[in-house]
Design a protein around this ligand. Sequence first.
Ligand code: PGA
Length: 255
Amino acid sequence: MDKSKRAAVLAGNWKMNKTPAQAAELLDAIIPAVKDADCTVICCTPFVDLSVAVEKCKGTNVKIGAQNCHFKESGAYTGEVAANMLTEMGVEYVIIGHSERRQYFGETDETVNLRTKAALAAGLKVIICVGEMLDERENGVFEDIVGRQTKIALLGIDKAELKNIIIAYEPVWAIGTGKTATAEQAGEACGYIRSVVAKLYDNEAAEGLTIQYGGSMNPGNAAELLAQKDVDGGLIGGASLKAPDFKALVEAASK
Ligand code: PGA
């Protein structure tokens, strides 16, 4: 299967930005701007914005995602949100294992795996984030790190479920820093992740999997990154908060 047969997916990760009223305003700008997209378009908003976002995006081509979910169905987990709470609201996607959650909120490879399984069981599609720190890249161990993160995230997940999974390669040193991986580095890492998935499952599974690049992707560098044969889209932080930039990225991913 070649790249053109894989779904191109452009997802915005709004992180901890936008109140519900601001989210409505941003979506009012994004929805008409991306209506002709030839790729899947997702906006992952803060939990409190999901309700307004789902309502706004009904009948449009913009899908709504959350930025995390817990691995239990319910219980004494103060402050957490269960996967079925999201699906009941009409949320379709969830980001799991973002490096900011790994860095600041104690997320581990094991909890990424548990959360992924819970999200899939509830009917969500999952964007699993993997990526190395700067020192890990400098020490030449990025493949070990990204390989381990990918393998553990997918533990116990059947091949049939891969259609509901996207992997986002996000080198931590490129997130929010303005420092983008070169197109070659992004392409190499996404290709490596694909080879790991091929070993875990088979070539067909690996060739069908959408793998995104994320980390300071913007309208100026997107075309080159997205031209890489193993880069099937992007997970966009900063630039997803500006409708004109997001539109330009969606257009780049649609080519
Ligand atoms: P950035 O964030 O585009 O602002 O670097 C990407 C991400 O964290 O998903």
